[in-house]
Design a binder for this molecule. Structure first.
Ligand SMILES: Nc1ncnc2c1ncn2[C@@H]1O[C@H](COP(=O)(O)OP(=O)(O)OP(=O)(O)O)[C@@H](O)[C@H]1O
Length: 229
């Protein structure tokens, strides 16, 4: 389990996170929801140790981890960070050299699943194809947790359906997943837990199945209550 405990973060004088707490469980998909600028990406960076915070702690499977967290968690940012001149095959060799947790078989499986060509250059990929390759680079790591920042951004409906398929496949099974997305309708049926942010704090945190059964509400219904109030 990843425990985000009472995180406070300021960028200069601006308070972005004001005591954020929630948990990411293994075998579940947790969705971080908030309007633009709510602090979703900042929370992911805090979990990865990529941005400092003033107060609070991140506990991963009962421990405060340093760089070892990269072997436990893969972070898929909202854009590809590999050099544009690199071919996809070369980027995968780079990943294999850099990460002990790189799983070559899984990478090949995903290349086939997303119908990607190893000889293509990163700089020549369309936005949607780049998003698929970005996802591949994160999912081919044998990590217990995966954080995905906006995996559907700028992606057509067919590619979106393909990416959604990944969420319910063995590629995700048993891992703890945290995603941010503005395309809730696409993933609503896959999400176990929703964490809604407002004014730097968690304003609602609920189990989606229970919400459906006990209150007959969807995540979008709750979002309307919270953000249009
Ligand atoms: N490096 C930075 N320096 C200063 N301010 C920053 C920095 N990074 C983010 N911010 C500010 O922190 C706030 C939260 O940003 P963040 O990117 O975490 O939001 P988000 O919820 O991911 O937004 P979006 O839905 O638009 O992606 C925003 O007001 C943003 O302008």
């Amino acid at each position: 389990m990843i425990e985000v405990r009472d995180i406070h973060k300021k960028y200069r004088r601006r308070k972005v996170l004001d005591g954020v707490s929630f948990q990411i469980e293994k075998g579940e998909i947790t969705c971080l929801i908030g309007t633009n600028g709510a602090g979703k990406s900042t929370i992911m960076k805090a979990i990865m140790g990529l941005t400092p915070f003033r107060k609070g702690e991140i506990i991963i499977d009962g421990q405060k981890l340093g760089k070892e967290r990269y072997e436990k968690i893969s972070f898929i940012p909202d854009h590809l960070t590999m050099p544009p001149a690199m071919k996809l095959d070369e980027a995968m060799v780079f990943m294999a050299d850099f990460y002990r947790s790189w799983n070559e078989d899984r990478a090949k499986e995903l290349m086939g699943f997303f119908q990607l060509e190893g000889k293509e250059r990163i700089g020549n990929l369309s936005k949607g194809t780049a998003a698929k390759f970005n996802l591949l680079l994160g999912l081919a790591l044998d990590t217990e947790y995966v954080l995905m920042d906006e995996p559907f951004s700028g992606i057509d409906m067919f590619s979106r359906a393909l990416i959604t398929e990944v969420f319910s496949s063995h590629l995700i099974e048993d891992r703890g997943v945290l995603i941010t997305t503005h395309e809730i309708a696409d993933v609503e049926h896959l999400i176990d837990q929703a964490v809604l942010l407002k004014n730097g704090s968690v304003i609602r945190n609920f189990n989606c199945e229970l919400l459906r059964m006990e209150e007959s509400k969807s995540i979008v219904d709750v979002m309307k209550e919270v953000y249009q109030a």
